[in-house]
Design a protein around this ligand. Sequence first.
Ligand SMILES: Cc1cc2nc3c(=O)[nH]c(=O)nc-3n(C[C@H](O)[C@H](O)[C@H](O)COP(=O)(O)OP(=O)(O)OC[C@H]3O[C@@H](n4cnc5c(N)ncnc54)[C@H](O)[C@@H]3O)c2cc1C
Length: 381
Amino acid sequence: MSSHTATPRNRDGLRVAVVGGSLTGPTAALLLHHAGFTDVTLYEAVPASAPLGGGLIGLEHSSLDILDQLGVPQHEFVRYDSEAVMDITVCRRRPEAEHRHLFAGRNTTWTLLHQALTRRLPAGLAHTGKRVTGLTGEYGRPLLHFADGDSAQADLVVFADGRASIGRRLLDPDRRLHYAGYVAHRGQTSTSQPGLRDFLRFEPDPHNGMQFNLAPIPGGCDWTFYLSATPAQYLDYFGATPARRVFVLPQHITEAARAAVDASARQYLPDEQAALVHDTSTRMAAAVMDIDPPTRMVWAIGTGHAVLLGDALAPVRPHTARGANNGIEQAAGLAAALSQHRKYGADLATALDGWQHRQLPAAVAAVQLGPKLAHRYGLGA
Ligand SMILES: Cc1cc2nc3c(=O)[nH]c(=O)nc-3n(C[C@H](O)[C@H](O)[C@H](O)COP(=O)(O)OP(=O)(O)OC[C@H]3O[C@@H](n4cnc5c(N)ncnc54)[C@H](O)[C@@H]3O)c2cc1C
């Protein structure tokens, strides 16, 4: 990428910069590209497509349909098409009662979905290794600044840069992340569990403060073990505070973290699941974080705009299974509003305001739902 020069708007009337190349960012970029916007650039901080989250993600029908309309066939990112969820009550390490219900959606993994999206991005649209460090208004339009000294002008900056969003820190600095007091420990096994097709949720006595989820993924299975951890324990397990290391990659899992998870598995889970945890070598973790509900999604920067969406807007607790869904739905709503502007001359500020008005309630509801769900399992404050 070359250094900054002021560039005129093209025929579409809108130069769009998308920040973040995980799930929400590529979805937004693809939707805008499909809607006819030809001046879209995506900036991702991580140099190449290094693995980030990796784990299981449940997508609801609304998100699945948006992906379908983008021409991303479901079989590319859904390898196990079971809709069944088994809630299993565990008492003294024994499965006691099972309740089966259906999920209005399908399970994918971050890796499968990320690949399906990014392989469709037109050549030259995505720029990796570009960490955004600042946003100013210059010549009446937003100007992004990068860690490598470059800058890039846009009419609209779409921040889809996740929980620790620089966009949120710049635009909405009072909304900070707070550690919720527990961790989503994650593991991926390299051998599959015979007969495992559904999503299993083990629910021990809520006084224990834990929950264990298990589902099949290509080549093995994926588990998430929610366990309480004080900030000091978090530092001991992962070498940094929850605010500094929100996502913990395999190389940052210490022996102390492994031992603590194994001990909890032995203490609370049935033998089969405890053994599975013990035998899992690839482990990750995510700090469960809270944030004040958002009150806005759009900011005027000179004659241009900046918006927040996905986890950048509102990271939600994982039990809600809404994070990726929110990002995809918000991206689709944004593309619809911008299409009205491009095709029919709708006033841009009003179109963005309408988008915010439609999307905010769902984001607020998901932020508020997380602590309620966690309370059922005795997790967090
Ligand atoms: C245990 C667990 C289970 C979950 N289960 C579900 C589920 O079932 N359903 C669901 O919908 N969601 C689920 N989620 C949430 C889901 O994973 C996230 O909501 C989703 O990944 C957010 O996507 P995103 O693209 O908005 O942000 P992220 O995935 O966080 O991506 C942000 C991107 O921005 C980049 N970036 C960051 N800063 C900068 C910068 N300064 N400059 C440039 N680039 C930058 C990052 O490198 C990253 O690629 C779960 C999460 C966890 C932890």
